[in-house]
Design a protein around this ligand. Structure first.
Ligand SMILES: NC(=O)C1=CN([C@@H]2O[C@H](COP(=O)(O)OP(=O)(O)OC[C@H]3O[C@@H](n4cnc5c(N)ncnc54)[C@H](O)[C@@H]3O)[C@@H](O)[C@H]2O)C=CC1
Ligand SMILES: O=C(O)[C@H]1O[C@H](OP(=O)(O)OP(=O)(O)OC[C@H]2O[C@@H](n3ccc(=O)[nH]c3=O)[C@H](O)[C@@H]2O)[C@H](O)[C@@H](O)[C@@H]1O
Length: 435
């Protein structure tokens, strides 16, 4: 099948590479010409283990191509996937301007004599498939199209693996020929019973509801962790006990600094905004966001309580900047808010991340010092704060830390370090809801 994928962000690029790997003829389109040139050379603009070799293999096999010419590629495509960004607007709603711009371009390009499936793969408000169709029909009334919703559930850092091993694939359309074509495209990725067919509106809601549920599960466990802190219960033990109930499951019960990234925060806000448009106040989702906003500043609270005289010139090492390990994405990363608060309090902040440093710099206050080596960030620090649980930090020698740091305070924002081992080396260890 010939596939055109518009947008080469995480979703567009990974989907493109994976569908090419499955034997389709894929063209990825991006209006960013520099990115297109980079991709043509086999260089991935995204950091993810294993993605670049797969990209290069499929370029070599000529099963994937990159271009900025959408019209040319759209003309003879069986399926066109829209995978452009849908960022958050100031009022919390999703900004659909990139999706609408693609629809306008498609309206000019699509031939009337060819059945084309158009897929919204971007996360979009309920009703967007209809909106894309009406934009196209306004300029091209006879286009033989079906606009469907096939939301994406991949996670950054494990996107290729997630694409090849999906829990489910949701195909949202009431049009039989389009549904059949999309089922055929996804047939080798999942068993038939994992392919859920729904209306486009339901598929759009499934995506928002899934992200909102996962985000709420994180805020829930963080709230329980904060109550554990107050009563001396241990969140690791509590999460193990709670998660053993199959109705709850142990996944997404890791307490810490809350969720960041390009999707949970914006998608929960977008759903709140969609509800508000229909005069419904989404109180639970409002709490999910409020708990999360507060949770990421817990390390600052811990330090301020411990040092009520203030943090002026207090040297703090911050380990990890990316919003989670395995990615170079800094979008809504907790590290940004934490470092801004610490610098505001007068602290001397030294940060490290194994992957993202240059991209992080413009998002952080000038006063922060960024280090290529973790050892340099730790050297002379009064306190160390782990923000992103990269494996390298878990393997770091506590004895070495003990020697290089000036003080013995460790705040483990992701509950991933060995608390007892730190305590045995004389550290004051603070976790999130950990005894
Ligand atoms: N990042 C993720 O892990 C996931 C993202 N999503 C959703 O997928 C969508 C895309 O997100 P990302 O992949 O992170 O994208 P992104 O925002 O990082 O990149 C989008 C790309 O689209 C390109 N673009 C914008 N307008 C264009 C146009 N008119 N023609 C051609 N290219 C154009 C941009 O140049 C950019 O390279 C969003 O709606 C997001 O919520 C869904 C699941 C996972
Ligand atoms: O729509 C999206 O973009 C994607 O959003 C998330 O994927 P992603 O943001 O890549 O990362 P996750 O692994 O879900 O983590 C999100 C955030 O939650 C945090 N988290 C996760 C799990 C947990 O138990 N506790 C916790 O604090 C992580 O540290 C991270 O900041 C979803 O997991 C994907 O299914 C979805 O497709």
């Amino acid at each position: 099948m010939k596939l055109t994928i518009v947008g080469t962000g995480y979703v567009g690029l990974v989907s493109g590479v994976c569908f090419a790997e499955l034997g389709n003829n894929v063209v990825c389109v991006d209006k960013d010409e520099q990115k297109v040139e980079q991709l043509k050379q086999g260089m991935s603009p995204i950091y993810e283990d294993g993605l670049e070799p797969l990209l290069q293999k499929n370029i070599h096999n000529e099963s994937i191509h990159f271009t900025s010419d959408l019209a040319n590629s759209a003309m003879d495509s069986d399926i066109i996937m829209i995978a452009v960004g849908t960022p958050q607007r100031d009022d919390g709603s999703a900004d659909l301007s990139f999706v609408r711009a693609v629809a306008e371009e498609l309206a000019e390009a699509l031939p009337a004599d060819r059945q084309t499936v158009i897929v919204n793969k971007s996360t979009v408000p309920i009703g967007s498939a209809e909106e894309v169709e009406s934009i196209i029909r306004k300029k091209n009334a006879n286009a033989d199209i079906a606009v469907c919703s096939v939301p994406e559930f991949l996670r950054e850092g494990s996107a290729v693996k997630d694409t090849f091993n999906p829990d489910r694939i949701v195909i949202g359309t009431d049009i039989d020929w389009a549904s059949e074509r999309l089922v055929r495209l996804h047939a080798s990725l999942a068993d038939r019973e994992q392919i859920i067919t729904t209306s486009a509106r339901s598929a759009e809601m499934i995506k928002y509801a899934s992200n909102a549920f996962l985000a709420t599960k994180i805020s829930f466990i963080n709230e329980i962790a904060n109550i554990c802190d107050a009563y001396g219960a241990d969140i690791d033990e509590v999460a193990r006990g709670v998660g053993a109930d199959r109705r709850i499951s142990p996944h997404f019960l890791s307490a810490g600094l809350g969720f960041g990234g390009s999707c949970f925060p914006k998608d929960v806000q977008a759903l709140i905004s969609l509800a508000k448009d229909k005069a419904y106040e989404a109180n639970m989702l409002n709490s999910t966001i409020a708990i999360n906003a507060k949770q990421r500043l817990k390390p600052v609270d811990i330090l301020q309580q411990r040092f009520p005289q203030g943090l002026q010139n207090f040297k703090i090492a911050v380990l990890g900047l990316a919003f989670k390990p395995g990615t170079d994405d800094m979008r809504y990363a907790p590290s940004i808010d934490i470092i801004h608060e610490l610098v505001k309090a007068g602290a001397d902040v030294h940060a490290h991340d194994p992957i993202v440093l240059d991209a992080a710099a413009p998002l952080l206050p000038r006063a922060v010092t960024l280090h290529n080596e973790a050892e340099d960030a730790l050297s002379g620090a009064e306190a160390t704060l782990l923000v992103t649980e990269w494996d390298m930090y878990k393997q770091y020698s506590i004895a070495d830390m003990s020697v290089s740091m000036a003080g013995k305070i460790i705040i483990d924002g992701r509950n991933t370090l060995d608390a007892n081992a730190f305590k045995a080396h004389g550290f004051d260890y603070y976790g999130i809801g950990r005894r």
